[in-house]
Design a binder for this molecule. Structure first.
Ligand SMILES: [Zn+2]
Length: 324
């Protein structure tokens, strides 16, 4: 597991410095400092994310109550400013909480999560949105086609385009940064990228509509955010795992395929479930089933990945202490 270097040009996986003494874990090489770091937990990530999920649930309740209290003559319509606030608030909460928890617990955080957030936002606005909606015209096609085509289209076109864009940001920008020093940093950076990505998609959705309805529109924004955060968590888990262990070549592709499938499925289910059957002959609309599934899957994915990563980190630590 630990060995002396035979190659004078062996570099640390994280910081890239040439190593006089090589420390190895599963065919990845480290300097002394990063050898003791990669299995540590990124503690502010878990706390900031749990707080953000609480805020999402509070926002759902707030939208439900607000739509009941709105004066009847105004209906449920609200100006774009309210929609933009709903779109931005979860991102603000997560970013502020992440750095505040970091500062309070003396956990050093680099500016890389903010960079990932901004890059996610830029790529959703400049690449995937124009590609899917102006070049492929996916929304028009999905609106006209059959249910089974819509399901497949959401997974194969929507899901894979979104997941690949997010994967590319993490794999080609964050991967080589010395600030990506722990497995759980992978989850944090992918979460930040997907948060920026979904936030700008939501803002552009509101701006394009010129406003929205408080309940249905607001819940749609939160539903879409949950879909992308789940996608980011899955990608982050696989990227975080691969960076610090030499895994088979298919492992990252498997992660990407899983993230894309879940993304497409949640986008499909987020709207399809909202068409409810009122009676044998009548169907109606409820904004709740789609968001209930999305937030349920998000919290379940988060808990599973947090549990898996913490278990894996504890096992690595025990293994390294045994051979030390
Ligand atoms: Zn290093």
């Amino acid at each position: 597991m630990t060995c002396m270097s035979t190659n004078p040009n062996t570099r640390c996986t994280v910081c890239g410095q040439i190593l006089a003494r090589t420390l190895e874990y599963k065919k990845r090489y480290y300097c002394d400092f990063h050898y003791g770091l990669f299995y540590q937990n990124t503690r502010p990530l878990w706390r900031a994310s749990i707080l953000t999920f609480g805020v999402l649930i509070a926002m759902m309740l707030g939208l439900a109550i607000g739509s009941q209290l709105a004066p009847e003559h105004l209906g449920d319509a609200v100006p774009p400013g309210t929609g933009i606030l709903v779109a931005i608030l979860p991102a603000l909460v997560w970013l502020i909480a992440l750095y505040r928890v970091g500062a309070r617990t003396q956990f050093h955080l680099s500016p890389l999560p903010v960079t990932m957030f901004v890059l996610g936002a830029l790529l959703s606005a400049a690449v995937t949105r124009p590609f899917l909606y102006n070049i492929v015209n996916l929304d028009i096609w999905l609106g006209r086609t059959t249910v089974s085509n819509r399901f497949m289209g959401d997974i194969l076109l929507n899901g894979f385009t979104h997941a690949f864009t997010l994967y590319a940001i993490i794999r080609y920008i964050a991967w080589d940064s010395p600030a990506f020093a722990r497995r759980t940093d992978g989850v944090m950076l992918a979460f930040a990228a997907s948060l920026g990505y979904a936030t700008l998609l939501n803002i552009l959705y509101v701006v394009e509509l010129g406003g929205m309805t408080l309940l249905n529109g607001g819940l749609r924004l939160i539903t879409q955010l949950c879909t992308f955060l789940t996608t980011g968590l899955i990608l982050g888990y696989f990227v975080g795992y691969n960076r610090f262990e030499d895994m088979p070549i298919y492992h990252l592709s498997l992660g990407l395929a899983m993230a894309a499938t879940v993304n497409g499925f949640l986008l499909y289910a987020g709207s399809a479930l909202n068409s409810i059957r009122l009676s044998l002959t009548q169907s109606g609309f409820s904004p709740w089933p789609g968001i209930a599934l999305n937030i349920g899957v998000l919290i379940l994915t988060f808990s599973t990945i947090r549990g898996l990563m913490q278990r894996q980190n504890a096992l690595t630590q025990a293994k390294l202490e045994q051979i030390a």
